[in-house]
Design a protein around this ligand. Structure first.
Ligand code: AMP
Ligand code: GLY
Length: 419
């Protein structure tokens, strides 16, 4: 089989690593890929948003399976385009991807289908939003409707912060078209967990749980980022919570998708807040999470390509998906300054040495090859992941590997996986 993976981050490196383990696969392409993915796949210079270019490439190479990593091509309808040309592709159709690409669509979908979530209201008019904002209490949660690369959610601690956010999004166009309307919602407190599920249009099979660390600094300080690390399983996701989530959130979602005529195939990500009143759904993502994938996929025992084929063929019920009973921890090594401005082009040393220890994987997120060397090329540079039966050992392993890798101005959190 020839497989094409779309994307260029740590998530895609983890996906490519699993696909490369499959005995069914002869050749992997990745568009556009990165310096680490290039060790396992042929990287082709087509951007993830260039749907036409990707389609032409897949047709010309007679690709047997295409796997979509990021949300933007999904929201542009890459799956619909590929399917209309008879190509097999793993990911939801454009309508299904709206569960992520429009907060208004997804919140309406949740409420209409009795899926537990925070109370909310949609606003187009900044004056009306500012007038009513006190009704939500503080902190208030303000979300741009569309895709905003993880930056579209503002937790406002008081009226002033809320009004600033409302003006920036609705009046000043901070997120462009993605901010033409906002969702304001009730603040939920509790413990977060990320539950990813394989969905084949008929049933969903949840993967092992994960938890992401979103803030830049230790003890959840600093700014929100795309994610600074993750653990699997999640700390507070016990069997009782899992049962409620599967029944009231995952199953209801799948049933509702069928009822509403949306053929959802691929991965559906449920961002859960475990509150005192039970688990509630914060958001959907229409894809694998990043960095959750870098702790979840290393625990997968079943052939990922076999699962993806079963999803496309609506045969998930014929599979039993097996996971390693291990603890996984991943730490993001970022460029100093991230999520603000940062410099790139620094040489990275000792990756191979770090990856030698059993259970350790070094996934590349923002790197590239330059004159035979691997150099930094993004905010999140590497995602180092380790597996061990014991959480403390997994933590030690991952930080041993992190400390042995060097590049200028490296920044990482030192508390990932700490209880
Ligand atoms: P979202 O993209 O909707 O998941 O929001 C990103 C992050 O913002 C979540 O992972 C939470 O940490 C936080 N968040 C979103 N909605 C709420 C809410 N209603 N209450 C508290 N925190 C929230
Ligand atoms: N880790 C959250 C996300 O992938 O959006």
């Amino acid at each position: 089989m020839k497989v094409l993976v779309i994307g260029s981050g740590g998530r895609e490196h983890a996906i490519v690593t699993k696909i490369a383990e499959s005995s069914m696969v002869d050749k992997i392409y990745c568009a556009p890929g990165n310096g680490g993915i290039a060790e396992l796949a042929e990287c082709v210079g087509i951007k993830a948003e260039d749907v036409g270019g990707l389609l032409n490439f897949a047709l010309s190479k007679a690709i047997d399976l295409t796997v979509v990593g990021p949300e933007v091509p999904l929201s542009m309808g890459v799956v619909d385009r590929f399917e209309s040309r008879g190509l097999r592709i793993f990911g939801p159709c454009k309508k299904g991807a709206m569960l992520e690409s429009s907060k208004v669509f997804s919140k309406d979908f949740m409420i209409r289908n009795n899926i537990p979530t925070a109370a909310y209201k949609v606003y187009y008019d900044p004056e009306k939003a500012k007038k009513e904002i006190d009704n939500f209490g503080y902190p208030a949660v303000i979300k741009a409707d569309g895709l905003a690369a993880g930056k579209g959610v503002i937790i406002a601690q008081n009226k002033e912060e809320a009004c600033t956010a409302i003006d920036e999004i609705l009046s000043e166009g901070k997120f462009g078209e993605a901010g033409s309307r906002i969702v304001v919602e009730e603040f939920l407190s509790g413990y977060e967990a990320s539950i990813l599920a394989f969905v084949d249009g008929r049933i969903a099979i949840p993967m092992v749980s994960a938890q992401d660390y979103k803030r830049a600094l230790d003890n959840d300080g600093g700014l929100n980022t795309g994610g600074m690390g993750a653990v699997s399983p999640a700390f507070h996701y016990d069997a009782k919570t899992a049962e409620i989530v599967e029944k009231e959130i995952i199953q209801r979602t799948v049933d509702a998708l069928i009822d509403e005529g949306i053929r959802y195939k691929g991965v559906l990500y449920f961002g859960i807040m475990i509150t005192q009143k039970g688990p509630k759904l914060l958001e959907y993502n229409a894809r694998f999470g990043d960095p959750e994938t870098e702790v979840v996929l290393p625990r997968l025992e079943t052939d990922l390509v076999e699962i993806m084929n079963a999803v496309i063929d609506e045969k998930l019920d014929t599979l039993s998906i097996r996971w390693k009973e291990q603890q996984a921890v991943c730490v993001v090594m970022a460029s100093g300054g991230y999520p603000g401005a940062y410099a790139v082009g620094f040489e990275i040393n000792s990756i191979e040495k770090a990856a030698k220890e059993a259970g350790v994987k070094v996934f590349h997120a923002g790197t590239k090859k330059s004159e035979g060397k691997i150099v930094t090329a993004g905010g999140r540079v590497l995602v180092v992941s380790a597996l061990d039966p014991d959480l403390e050992q997994a933590r030690e392993k991952v930080y041993r590997a992190v400390k042995s890798i060097e590049f200028e101005k490296v920044h990482y959190r030192s508390d990932i996986g700490k209880k």
